[in-house]
Design a protein around this ligand. Structure first.
Ligand SMILES: *Cc1c(COP(=O)(O)O)cnc(C)c1O
Length: 224
């Protein structure tokens, strides 16, 4: 399926008006598709498999800002640490420590978001409110200078019930506003990553600052 450039232009214009960042989720899609959006000026792309991301990053222009949006295993951090722009789904201190270690090794500061569990599905990763508070407290006590927590990320339930989705986004926004007031050394808590193809319009209404959109731009994926 060809890249939907018209949808891209429309979504991009809508988001630019509100200063919201669009992460074009290119997982499972070929290099050529990424190149097409790149040639329109797009730079933020999201992937959720480490190996696929590493391959794409090495074969595509160096000024692409790569977002890792999947569940990251500790033993794979080193493969993306040299170049990743933002890791969206961090949910443990162990992972933060490893990212810090790899950041130190590659002499950079790696930006992360903490993933909050907002959906009802059991299968989704992420922290609940209490775990989030604990993790932020633990982080504040450790002096990890090569990792920054820049905000929160969440995924709503996979449902057509948009009231439910909206409530989950509201809950996440409330948490975000709460943590954004904290001042954790060297960490600007300013990014709220919420909204995908099916629910980004609701996310816009509920205060997102960054959306992750795949299928509306690149067409449906065959399988996850
Ligand atoms: C695949 C994926 C998306 C994009 O999904 P679409 O429905 O294709 O827009 C967004 N966020 C995460 C975490 C994903 O894994």
């Amino acid at each position: 399926m060809p890249v939907n450039k018209k949808a891209y232009q429309e979504i991009k214009a809508e988001l630019d008006k509100r200063n919201i960042i669009l992460v074009a989720v290119s997982k499972t899609k070929p290099f050529q598709d990424i190149k097409e959006l790149y040639d329109l000026g797009h730079r933020d792309f999201g992937e959720n498999y480490v190996q696929e991301l590493a391959q794409k990053a090495s074969g595509l222009p160096a000024d692409i800002r790569w977002h890792f949006i999947g569940h990251l295993q500790t033993n794979k951090v080193s493969q993306i640490a040299p170049f990743v722009q933002l890791i969206h789904a961090v949910d443990s201190l162990k992972l933060l420590k490893e990212i810090n270690k790899q950041g130190l090794k590659f002499q950079r500061v790696i930006d992360c978001l903490l993933q909050v569990h907002i959906a009802q599905e059991e299968t989704k990763f992420g922290l609940n409110e209490q775990e989030l508070d604990e993790l932020l407290n633990q982080f504040a006590d450790l002096n990890m200078m090569n990792v920054r927590i820049c905000g929160l990320m969440g995924m709503a339930s996979f449902t057509v019930d948009m009231d439910k989705v909206r409530n989950e986004f509201k809950g996440l926004k409330t948490l975000f506003d709460k943590v954004a007031k904290l001042s954790i050394a060297h960490c600007p808590l300013s990014i709220l990553s919420m909204g995908m193809s099916s629910d980004y319009k609701t996310a816009l209404e509920e205060g997102t600052t960054m959306v992750r959109i795949g299928s509306l731009l690149f067409g449906e994926r065959n399988k996850e």
